[in-house]
Each structure stands twice: as C-alpha cells, then as structure tokens.
Ligand binder design. Structure first.
Ligand code: PLP
Length: 367
C-alpha cells in the first residue's frame, strides 16, 4: 500500500535535515584512514573531561529512569545563572526545546518569522506544525532587524533568532536586540537561540538573561553540544519566565533528557578550565584561519562562533567533494542558498592548517 495519502500534508512539505557526513562513513566509502570532520560545528577538543569522568562513574546507574525533575542540574543552572529553577527548560539538545516551543504555541496557519539562512530546524519544526514560515533574508550576512519586524503580522506567534547565526557566525548586538524587543508586537515570543554564545568575543553581545528578567517575552536557548563538547549526549537548556515555561513543561515527555546526559552536563558546567581552553583554541584557530584565507585571496565572514563561512568563488559543492577525497569533511552551503560558500568548523591549529593546505591544493587543481 502507498501510505503517501495517509501522511499529514505538513509531512509532505518537510525537507529532511541533512547532517554532516560521519567520519566512519567517509572512511568506509573512500577507503581513507585519516578523516577530519569540520562540518557540524563540533568541539575541536572533544568533550569536557569532567563530564566524561562523571558519566563513567554513573554508568552503573543507567538501569534507573532519570529524576524527572532533573533537580540537581536545574538547581545548578539556577544558582549559576541566578534565576528561579522553574525558569529553566531542559531538552534532548536545544533542538528538542525548539520542538517544545512550536508544539506549545503553533496552531496550523500561524506564522513564524526567521532569517534566511539561519538554523534549519526553525523551518523544519515549524513546517511540521503546519505553520506558515516567513523567511527574511539576512542583510550583509547579519539578521535584518527592520526586515524581521516588518515581517511580523497579527498572525505571528514566534520569531526565531540564532545569535550567533548559523551558518554565518554573525551576531546581533545588545542595542539591536533591545530595539527588536521594544518594537515587536505583544503576543510574539522571541526565541534567542544562543547555541554558540560561549565563543563570542564581542563585548556588546547581549546579556540576554537580563531580557528575561526584565519581563520581555523571550526564550533564551543554550546547549551543552558545542562549547562543552557533549553533542552526542544530546542535552540543551533554556530560560524563560514561568508564565511561559509552565506551558512548555506540559508538552515535554517524561525523562526527555537521559540521566547520563544530565550527569555529564552538571559536571561540564563546572569545567571552567576546559571551557577556557576551548575558547582560546577556537579564537586562536580563527585568527590562523583568517590569515590563511587572506593568503588564498578568499573572502570570509568574520565569525563569533566556532565555524566560519568562506566564499570559494566557485561551486562549493565541488570543492567540498574534492576536500572529502582528501579526508576533510566540510559543509557546502547550497542548501542555505549560498552556492559558493563553505561552512567550516574552526579546529585546533593542526586541523586548521590541514584544512588550509588541502583547500589550497583543491583550488590550484581547479583553477
Ligand atoms: C543555531 C543552533 N541552534 C541549535 C542547535 C541545536 O543544538 P543541539 O540540539 O545539539 O543543542 C544548533 C546545532 O547545530 C544550532 O546551530
């Protein structure tokens, strides 16, 4: 039987998420022994050692269900960020909190607004809920505040902003976000998705928890996937006032975060030494990357995240394919509407150098 007709119309409209190729797949398919992945904005130094130590000790406890209130992780986040515990959202990655947001607020036909390109899950999850997605082009690779505000109508429920933006790595500064929050009509939830906040160097990056404290209708999202290196464990968190969180809690399934992930997250957040090393590595790698790209005469978008968007001035898909054959996985940005751009993780000095020399070889062989 063909089940297509039985499937929800919204599902037919979905374009599935295309993840970065796993290292093992590339090794297997191309017969390469050494492969580096610079395609999923992962941590260049691996996971937080404190998180690993705590998880190893905890492994014998996994026969139990998690504490569904996630008391310890919640208390820890509440005390670090100085907010009430019931302002804290926890999810299987921040992806799951995004899902909770659309499940909670979107009725079919409601509008959601976000930039294009921006994090693809806004589109996928909103489409799944039968929302009408209003996509506002970035202006010079940066969120266009006026454009976003103009796109809001009385049907708009949610406005998503990834800050830093994925795939450009650009940020909105405090003053711009404040303008947006002042001007956005009442009843629109603004999601400030700060998956890469720990990598930001600019001083005027928003202290977005203050917006929550000041009573703006904001949900702030963070993750343990990037700066803490726990992407495979899937744990994200967020903050909003209890007027909002109380509804999001209702759609959460029990035990949505695994006990192991919660334990690892709790330990990771205390791993200041690791976080410091990660940031310094990314910041140094970024400078090395900029210098290398300039030498190659390539334009890039200055980034505040752990990845950089590079214009290779030719079909990026072909460049990515050639790099793959040299054992380097990067992300061609055609699906983001940027056909000549690559998004590349900023790794350690060694991986940045390997990437740059492979890129040079590829560009020479194709010029
Ligand atoms: C902007 C942004 N938000 C959220 C996420 C989701 O992260 P996770 O679900 O691993 O917490 C990502 C992942 O790449 C991202 O780029």
């Amino acid at each position: 039987m063909d089940w297509s007709e039985r499937v929800r119309k919204a599902v037919h409209r979905l374009r599935p998420y295309v993840p970065g190729k796993p290292v093992e797949e590339v090794q297997r398919e191309l017969g390469l022994s050494e492969v580096i992945k610079l395609a999923s904005n992962e941590n260049p130094l691996g996971p937080s050692p404190k998180a690993i130590e705590a998880s190893m000790k905890f492994l014998w406890e996994v026969y139990r269900y998690p504490d569904d209130s996630y008391y310890r992780l919640r208390q820890k986040l509440a005390s670090i960020y100085n907010v009430p515990p019931d302002w804290i959202l926890l999810g299987r990655g921040s992806d799951e909190i995004l899902l909770h947001i659309v499940q909670t607020f979107i009725e079919p036909g409601d509008e959601v607004v976000f930039s294009t390109p921006s994090f693809v899950m806004y589109d996928i999850l909103s489409t799944l809920m039968d929302a009408v997605c209003i996509k506002v082009p970035l202006r010079d690779y940066i969120h266009d505040i006026e454009g976003l505000l103009d796109a809001v109508t009385e049907r708009t429920k949610v406005l998503f902003i990834d800050n830093p933006n994925n795939p450009t790595g650009t940020i909105l500064r405090d003053r711009s976000v404040k303008t947006l929050l002042e001007e956005v009509p009442k009843g629109v939830i603004v999601v400030l998705d700060e998956a890469y906040s720990e990598f930001v160097e600019s001083q005027d990056y928003p202290k977005s928890l203050d917006y929550v404290r000041e009573g703006y209708p904001v949900i702030v999202l963070r993750t343990f996937s990037k700066a803490y290196g726990l992407a495979g464990l899937r744990v994200g968190y967020g903050f909003a006032r209890s007027e909002i969180t109380q509804h999001l809690f209702k759609v959460r399934e029990p035990f949505n975060v695994s006990s192991l992930a919660a334990i690892a997250a709790e330990a990771a957040i205390d791993d200041f030494e690791f976080l410091d090393r990660v940031r310094k590595t990314v910041w140094a790698g970024k400078r090395l990357m900029y210098r290398g790209l300039e030498k190659l005469g390539l334009q890039y978008v200055p980034t505040e995240a752990n990845f950089v968007l590079i214009n290779v001035n030719r079909p990026a898909k072909e460049v990515a394919e050639a790099l793959l054959h040299k054992g380097i996985i990067v992300r061609p940005c055609e699906p983001f509407g940027l056909p000549t751009h690559l998004r590349v993780d900023i790794g350690t000095q060694e991986t940045v150098e390997r990437f740059l020399s492979a890129l040079k070889e590829v560009l020479i062989s194709r010029s």
